[in-house]
Design a protein around this ligand. Structure first.
Ligand code: V47
Length: 369
């Protein structure tokens, strides 16, 4: 009998807790029980055990910035606050030169990664985006280029008339280093029809990541939660990711993204509570026993909530950002101009009882702060 589980009176929960403590994989139905029945402290304890197995008492961050090249998009996802049609006064579409100018503003700063993601612009093909990457690569060869969600990749690869593997190889040759986790939303096909009917299918999202891993491009994964999904949908999403990771081991990190309600067609749903966020982080950490890292994306949930998430299985705070992303402020995040100095991010991590570690984009340690 394990002391940690002595106080658990529900027999099924006790068995699940013992499995997690013993490092055994939990089943989908057990994940569901955790979502439905486990109290927050138990979830925090179990997620903490799993987190420490991967990363001990360390919590990672990096020095990064984002580029959002355009918010013009061929899709109309109902949860999106970012997409604007052609001609809208709030739309933008930066040229390569304008994007390089953004990159140049970081010339004297110690950033190690640029994260490039935006709308699916109807006019641009794989070579337009590829040559942008090679220009950035030429300008700052050491910068890790994490770019294009599977949805953008699907569109540009399709437009080029090549296979997924050919398209990804072309982009790799241009200098693409890794793929961010966006566009996964929720894998359940019925829900996808309701919230983002035009978007690439779940099958295609998974196929693109699988192919990327096969040719040596690592990636991240996300879930969009807190809208019309239920716990079974979340477990189904986690299960599909866990299966793929068993096959490829190419995912670095899982990032739960909380639905934010401002300026979109799903605002009537409201937003889930921070308690629900913490429960979701914890169950995700416990369930994804083959994902080395889980990230709390602070520009979305806020700095304080991200700090709290460190006690619920999170080991990565994303990065310094430097006020370069709009996706979440447009959706109503209280971080209207998201930027954190190294000192602040380290303080948040230390105050939560962990050791701040600066990482590169594939989680090599650069410096213990
Ligand atoms: O796919 C869009 C989400 C994602 C809303 O890989 C929304 O390191 C909530 O993928 N409310 C893009 N979420 C962002 C993304 C990401 C972010 C941070 C780090 C990484 C990484 C990836 O943003 C979209 C969608 O799921 N999103 N609108 C909204 N209203």
């Amino acid at each position: 009998m394990n002391n940690l589980t002595d106080h658990i009176t529900d027999g099924r929960l006790k068995l699940i807790a013992e499995k997690v403590i013993d490092g055994k994989r939990i089943l989908p139905e057990e994940g569901l029980i955790l979502f439905r029945e486990a109290d927050l402290p138990l979830l925090g304890i179990l997620a903490g055990i799993v987190k420490r197995r991967f990363t001990g008492n360390r919590v990672f961050f990096n020095h990064n910035f984002h580029i959002e090249p355009t918010n013009k998009c061929v899709y109309n996802c109902r949860f999106c606050s970012y997409q604007k049609p052609e001609g809208d006064p709030d739309s933008w579409d930066f040229s390569h030169e304008q994007i390089l100018d953004i990159v140049k503003t970081f010339d004297s700063k110690p950033v190690t990664e640029v994260h490039i993601v935006g709308g699916v612009h109807p006019a641009y093909d794989i070579h337009y985006w590829g040559s942008l990457i090679s220009k950035i690569r030429d300008h700052r060869p050491s910068l890790h280029i994490k770019a294009f969600s599977a949805i953008e990749l699907d569109y540009m690869i399709n437009k080029a008339g090549c296979t997924i593997e050919e398209g990804l190889r072309i982009l790799k040759n241009y200098g693409l280093d890794s793929i961010p986790g966006g566009g996964a939303e929720i894998f359940d096909e019925e829900l996808r029809k309701s919230i983002c009917v035009e978007k690439s299918s779940s099958e295609l999202w998974l196929k693109i990541h699988e192919t990327a891993h096969k040719i040596g491009i690592p990636s991240n994964a996300t879930i969009l939660y807190g809208h019309i999904e239920n716990y079974s949908h979340r477990i189904d999403h986690l299960e599909r990711l866990r299966k793929l990771q068993d096959k490829t081991n190419g995912f670095n990190c899982f990032i739960p993204l909380k639905f934010k309600k401002a300026n979109n067609n799903m605002a009537y749903l409201g937003e889930v509570s921070i308690v629900e966020d913490l429960r979701n982080y914890a169950v995700s950490r416990i369930y994804l026993d083959n994902f080395p890292h889980l990230k709390a994306y602070w520009p979305m949930i806020g700095k304080e909530a991200a700090q709290l998430a460190l006690s619920f299985g999170i080991d990565d705070m994303d990065g310094t950002i430097d006020d370069t992303t709009r996706i979440y402020s447009m959706a109503g995040s209280k971080e209207e101009s998201p930027a954190m100095k190294t000192g602040e991010i380290c303080r948040l991590i230390r105050e939560a009882g962990f050791v701040p570690v600066e990482r590169d984009s594939i989680y090599n340690t650069l410096k213990e702060w």
